[in-house]
Design a protein around this ligand. Structure first.
Ligand code: ACO
Length: 434
């Protein structure tokens, strides 16, 4: 538990005062501990969307949305994106420290040795309709892992938790690639353990039995960077979903499947697909004012996808790194006159100079540029969110492991502000009025 610094908040209502401890974090605002509020004061707090509520204590990731800071275990995301790589960041998130050379080698070997799926799982894929969205397939297949890997579902056993951790990080790219292959009607490509994590994923997506896929190191590096930038993001909607699902003691595969389902939504991980579709719909820079006007119109539900963030109110540091990556990748592929990128750049400039977006502190988020890079690599938009799910798996699992080990862990059970009917008596059907 964060240090109790003897600071107290006093809440007065109905002639009584409730004293609440204030907890001091390492970074970020103080936190009023309201755990005894109902017991001592008889009231609940009301915070739909959890805009002012810390749902847990965590040592993994810190975000300062006003300053555009994102730290994993204290290390800035810009440094990790520049100097580290995905599996090293996975180790850092999971175990709290950067690995030594030997620890990294051992971790990479463990992940690499778990990349294959149980062969019977192939039949499970085949049960889906051919036109299923890969996220629908991933939600089902990851949930089904609990039916295939019984030896790593006992969450009270630290060894089983470790095995489940490595299995999920190792198998998620295989599952995402197979979901893709299934939906395009191509045979599954099995993992190859001599390739690094990102290269292996690209090959499983783009190789066919008739012709192997030569992995371009530039694309592999860009893929790894996308994985790294999406690895964890504090208590976002899908991570909170994983924590809430796990708080009942459910097995980790089922909980991560719940996280994938939540990630799919267009306000969360689904935004990268929605953003690229929007950029294509805009089509040319002349149409940008029309879309900006729609985004500002209160009577139009349209929003600029890839803009805005619940926490970042200055800039999204991940978007900055990806913007540079998008330029590099498109330049190296010789497609830097790509019309979607042109629309994206001009839209960004137009929105950043618009008083509405300035006033509401709406900046491009990570999804704004990731879609452009993924499309340049050859991925269809339907694969954007599955790739996000592959990356975020380590974040979900790190947060899950932390929660299970936390002595303060309780089943998540929010209360409510009830505004329905007061108690009333049942009326027989013949006595009800039309
Ligand atoms: N375009 C136009 N207006 C917007 C946008 C946008 N993208 N985002 C927010 N606004 C406006 C809202 O209409 C609202 O205006 P109002 O105060 O006049 O009612 C105000 O800004 C605040 O918006 P909220 O929805 O209350 O902000 P919240 O923090 O709840 O939402 C969210 C954050 C969901 C990300 C929102 O900005 C959004 O829908 N963006 C588009 C989808 C997107 O890109 N999501 C990806 C998020 S990043 C990620 O998951 C990796």
């Amino acid at each position: 538990m964060a240090d109790d610094n003897n600071k107290r908040a006093r809440l007065g209502f109905d002639g009584k005062t409730v004293e609440l401890p204030i907890l001091s974090p390492t970074l970020g605002p103080d936190v009023i501990d309201i755990r005894r509020l109902y017991a001592d004061g008889g009231v609940f707090t009301y915070d739909p969307g959890y805009t002012s509520t810390a749902s847990c204590e965590s040592k993994i990731t810190f975000i300062d949305g006003n300053k555009g800071i994102l730290l994993h275990r204290g290390y800035p995301i810009e440094q990790l994106a520049e100097k580290s790589h995905y599996l090293e960041v996975c180790y850092l998130l999971l175990y709290g420290e950067l690995p030594t050379g030997r620890q990294l080698e051992d971790f990479e070997a463990r992940v690499t040795n778990h990349t294959m799926l149980h062969e019977q799982m192939m039949y499970f894929f085949r049960g889906f309709r051919r036109d299923a969205h890969p996220m629908a397939v991933m939600t089902g297949v990851v949930g089904a892992m609990s039916a295939f890997y019984h030896d790593s579902t006992d969450i009270s056993d630290p060894w089983q938790r470790e095995v489940a951790t490595v299995r999920m990080i190792a198998k998620m790219p295989t599952i995402a690639a197979m979901a893709y292959k299934f939906t395009i009607g191509q045979p599954f490509v099995y993992p190859r353990n001599d390739l690094d994590y990102a290269s292996n994923f690209l090959r499983m997506c783009f190789a066919v039995p008739a012709e192997d896929y030569e992995v371009n190191p530039i694309l592999s590096r860009a893929m790894d960077r996308i994985f790294t930038l999406h690895a964890d993001h504090e208590q976002n909607a899908s991570t909170s979903t994983v924590r809430l699902a796990s708080s009942s003691g459910a097995n980790p595969f089922a909980c991560v499947a719940a996280g994938i389902a939540c990630l799919w939504g267009p306000a969360h991980g689904g935004a990268n697909q929605a953003c690229l579709e929007m950029l294509k719909e805009i089509g040319s820079p002349e149409r940008i004012p029309e879309f900006i006007a729609r985004a500002k119109d209160r009577n139009d539900p349209f929003r600029l996808m890839g803009f805005g963030h619940r926490v970042y109110k200055n800039f999204d540091p991940r978007a900055r790194v990806l913007k540079q990556s998008a330029d590099e990748v498109l330049h190296l592929l010789g497609i830097d006159n790509n019309p979607t990128l042109q629309v994206a750049k001009e839209l960004e400039a137009a929105a950043l100079n618009d008083p509405y977006f300035k006033e509401k502190k709406l900046f491009p988020n990570v999804d704004f540029y990731s879609g452009i890079i993924l499309e340049a690599m050859g991925f269809p938009t339907s694969m954007f969110t599955p790739i996000f799910a592959v990356s975020r798996t380590v974040g979900w699992i790190s947060q899950w492991k932390e929660m299970i080990a936390d002595p303060a862990m309780k089943i998540g059970r929010p209360r409510q502000l009830y505004t329905g009917h007061a108690q009333r008596d049942y009326v027989d059907v013949e006595d009800r009025k039309d």
